[in-house]
Design a protein around this ligand. Structure first.
Ligand SMILES: Cc1ncc(COP(=O)(O)O)c(C=O)c1O
Length: 399
């Protein structure tokens, strides 16, 4: 007979939408407001841009949609000298799926042994050999890339940079929030992320041309969401009469909008976000104190960085050691899982198209990485307890 699993006491993630948020939402719903995308979406976008330190933001229905829109806006901008794009080997499937969907030539990059982001030496070799027009990076789990060196490469080789910040919301480094280092930054507001709008995503940019494209691509390709001068210039260019004006489609768009209901939730999430990110940062440092001498963990360069990590990630010595740790965590009701999607080149969607790749760092994370809970309601004592369980599992295995 299979033994029943002990009940979960420590979840990997908790909802950031709390009872107060629900009560506020109920009160708002009772006023019978407009629910589809309207002025609250605009308010959220403005508030988000101010919070982040970017000029423009576009709210959409998921982080994956945000990534899809970034790729497509770049492609339609006509500014790419080719369709080659560097993509990370450690990240999420939808960090690079749009490259495949839109017919880019994706060049997979090995993982940096410190940050677990792009390995910058490997990146430079791809830049030299292939001269790709664009690079997608993932700020892995809230740990910043070595951004100064990366931006030097951007300057030297002149590529467009997309910054997937979906799992790093609220982190900052080198005096800036993550998500505003690239030409375009994406964010996810799914459950378990640093802020939630149930489902939701955002793209931010300082580039007005890309912003206008994003607005059109999010909603069918029409110009209704553009500001008056941008809208007028299209109307004049194509000599559109008043009656046709709202339903002329300038780009082959999608419908990736969210709603004002999600925006209502988002407006209050922003107010709590810095506080929640600080709690995640403190938990992360506490885990590090316990575990850094025993496990391979992510490291970052800027001592002033704020690490709003989505989970605490560690890499065991071997798959077997990871098995012992997972068993111990499960016995104590502590939720765990593999490291994100780990090595993306090890998944069928990749190797069925481009063949197998061997990346020592990404593969090690794939075979031996695991997650520990981190969220804004996780207390210091819980972090101490979870770290203790992990350490004891390793000692038991070693003895
Ligand atoms: C790095 C990264 N990019 C994109 C996404 C997709 O976000 P969403 O679940 O909102 O589509 C995730 C989801 O966890 C992620 O971790």
């Amino acid at each position: 007979m299979p033994t029943a699993k002990p009940p979960l006491k420590y979840h990997l993630a908790e909802d950031t939408i709390d009872q107060k948020d629900i009560d506020r939402l109920i009160g708002w719903l009772q006023s019978n407001p407009r629910l589809t995308k309207d002025r609250l979406t605009l308010q959220l976008e403005e508030k988000w841009s101010r919070w982040l330190g970017a000029k423009y933001s576009v709210f959409c229905n998921s982080g994956s949609s945000a990534n899809l829109l970034m790729y497509y806006a770049l492609l339609l901008s006509g500014r790419l000298k080719n369709k080659k794009v560097v993509v990370p080997s450690t990240g999420w499937v939808t960090s690079l799926a749009p490259a495949i969907q839109f017919g880019f030539e994706p060049l997979l990059c090995e993982t940096d042994p410190d940050t677990f982001g792009l390995d910058l030496d490997y990146l430079e070799s791809l830049l030299k050999q292939h001269e790709p027009a664009s690079v997608m990076l993932v700020q892995v789990l809230g740990i910043p890339h070595k951004m100064e060196a990366l931006l030097r490469l951007k300057e030297k080789y002149g590529f467009f940079l997309m910054e997937d910040t979906c799992a790093a919301v609220g982190s900052s480094a080198y005096g800036k929030k993550l998500g505003c280092f690239g030409d375009l930054g994406s964010f996810s507001f799914y459950f378990g992320h640093q802020a939630s709008t149930i489902e939701g995503g955002m793209i931010s940019t300082d580039d007005k041309g890309l912003y206008d494209l994003l607005l059109m691509l999010r909603s069918h390709g029409w110009s209704k969401d553009l500001d008056e001068p941008a809208h007028r210039s299209l109307v004049q260019k194509y000599e559109v009469d008043d009656f046709h004006r709202p339903f002329v489609f300038y780009e082959p768009g999608f419908n990736l909008r969210s709603t004002d209901l999600n925006a209502f939730i988002g407006l209050h999430q922003i107010e709590k976000l810095d506080g929640m990110a600080t709690q995640r940062h403190e938990n992360h440092l506490r885990y590090l104190k316990h575990l850094k001498d025993h496990f391979y963990v992510q490291r970052w360069e800027d001592p002033q960085a704020k690490i709003s990590s989505i989970h605490f990630a560690a890499v065991a010595e071997s798959r077997e050691q990871r098995r012992s740790i997972i068993n111990a965590l499960t016995e104590h009701g502590i939720e765990t899982r593999i490291f994100s999607a780990a090595s993306l080149g090890r998944h069928p969607f990749w190797f069925n198209r481009y063949g197998k790749v061997n990346f020592p760092v990404a593969d090690r994370i794939y075979s031996s990485g695991f997650f520990l809970p981190n969220h804004a309601s996780l207390k210091a004592e819980a972090v101490d307890f979870i770290a203790q369980v992990v350490l004891e599992a390793v000692c038991v295995e070693k003895s």
